[in-house]
Design a protein around this ligand. Structure first.
Ligand code: ADP
Ligand code: ASP
Ligand code: MG
Length: 403
């Protein structure tokens, strides 16, 4: 088999753990498989580098951030390759460029345009173990890019698709996908299987166990994706097509996203096209908008509230300020002490009353809901951040996810 194995930050968190990863990769190779390994930076490393940049600037050039942040993954890739060579294997580390990962030039959250796997294919043909530095690519202009936080998951899935791997294993510090973050709710249960669509919602709504774009791509390319722990041989969770899952619970999981900020625009001039103007400008600045609420104020103007990921807040502020400056918006304000809690499940499609139960659960805990959005398979609520864990735990109980 050709297997892609991705090891996250905690799994390569110190030299001893990199040694453990080398043993695991070695065993996979010795069992007769071809292996491409994708590694993250050592845990805490990327945040440390972000902190270094913030020492000099609150808004550093994004291309420089990519130069800086991509270095973390090179360290682990080369160290793991050195360890594997020492164990008698022929291993070779590759940067994103060498692995042929071509992206657009949207620095700090670049999209993969294509993968040219020729260097990887020829190394595999020569029997080598490849260790790719995750999270990074190269733009058509030849600049180093990174794929957004958690982006090594995307590197792994994209490579698995490009080389037509039989399996893509994501090794992390928990033994699979749980009904909710087991660090928040220790009663959370591990799922044997989950559909691509549910996983995509959970990831997009804050469950960082898999980066959302990696799930999106896995679905598109039909990659056999498994999440498991690097600390034991316990079976993980298979992320697969909905039709391969017999049991379809009403709610499969609960996600929490503390990384959101709310932007409120007061006294927005009420004219056709204003929302289009504001949100087009935000889109042009690559700000990801999530929930939007618009309502009419008494004086004929409107108020518009929306949420953005914290990473996009600076860019969003810059855009919004231009509307305040030109007088189309009276005032703006920001609140980053919010969070979004969501319930996700394909079973919701065919059942009424799932959302109502979520709202009454919040009411019973005296938690005020600020914003709501729903889709076929999810219900999301924005609440004050101080209630985050209580909300997750009470929803977990209400839908009996520990049973
Ligand atoms: P890595 O460094 O290996 O990429 P991450 O920290 O990105 O790992 O993701 C793993 C973490 O995701 C877990 O430690 C856990 O706290 C968190 N997590 C959030 N939601 C879930 C969930 N539903 N199932 C499992 N883990 C989750
Ligand atoms: N090191 C990067 C991050 O911390 C990418 C990753 O770990 O997947 O976001
Ligand atoms: Mg991760």
């Amino acid at each position: 088999m050709l297997i892609v194995q991705k090891f996250g930050g905690t799994s390569v968190g110190d030299l001893e753990r990199i040694g453990n990863v080398a043993s695991r990769v070695s065993a996979t190779k010795k069992a007769g498989n071809d292996v491409i390994v994708v590694v993250s930076a050592m845990s805490g490393e990327t945040n440390k580098l972000v902190g270094y940049a913030e020492h000099f600037s609150s808004n550093p050039p994004k291309a420089e951030m990519d130069m800086l942040l991509s270095s973390g993954e090179r360290v682990t890739a080369s160290l793991l390759s050195i360890a594997l060579n020492e164990m008698g294997h022929e291993a070779v580390s590759m940067t994103g460029r060498k692995a042929g990962i071509i992206t657009d030039s949207l620095h700090t959250k670049a999209r993969i345009e294509e993968i040219n796997p020729s260097a990887m294919n020829s190394a595999i043909k020569d029997g080598k173990i490849i260790v790719v530095a995750g999270f990074q690519g190269i733009s058509l202009e030849g600049n180093v890019t990174t794929l957004g936080r958690g982006g090594s998951d995307l590197s792994a899935v994209a490579i698995a698709g490009a080389v037509e791997a039989d399996l893509c294993e994501i090794y992390t510090d928990v033994s699979g996908i749980y009904t909710t973050d087991p660090r928040i709710e220790p009663k959370a249960k591990k799922l044997d299987k989950i559909s691509y669509d549910e996983m995509l919602e959970l990831s997009s709504l804050g469950a960082k166990v898999l980066q959302n774009r990696s799930v999106e791509l896995a679905k598109k390319l039909n990659v056999n994706l498994v999440t498991r722990t690097s600390f034991s041989n316990e079976e993980g969770t298979l992320i697969t097509k909905e039709e391969y899952i017999m049991e379809k619970p009403l709610v499969s999981g609960i996600a929490l996203d503390k990384n959101q900020a709310r932007i409120s625009l007061m006294g927005v001039t009420d004219r056709p096209g204003i929302a289009s103007d504001i949100f087009t400008k935000l889109a042009d600045s690559d700000v990801n908008i999530d929930m939007i609420i618009q309502n009419k104020a008494h004086d004929g103007s409107t108020n518009i509230d929306f949420t953005v990921p914290m990473n996009d807040l600076n860019d969003a502020k810059a855009v919004v300020d231009t509307f305040v400056d030109n007088g189309e918006v009276d005032a703006d304000s920001y609140n980053d002490k919010i969070c979004k809690v969501s319930i996700v499940g394909v079973g919701m499609k065919s059942h009424a009353g799932v959302a109502a139960k979520a709202f009454s659960t919040m009411a019973n805990q005296n938690i005020n809901i600020n914003m709501i959005s729903t889709s076929e398979i999810k219900v999301s609520m924005v609440i004050d951040e101080e209630h985050a864990n209580l909300a997750v735990k009470s929803l977990h109980d209400a839908y009996e996810l520990d049973k």
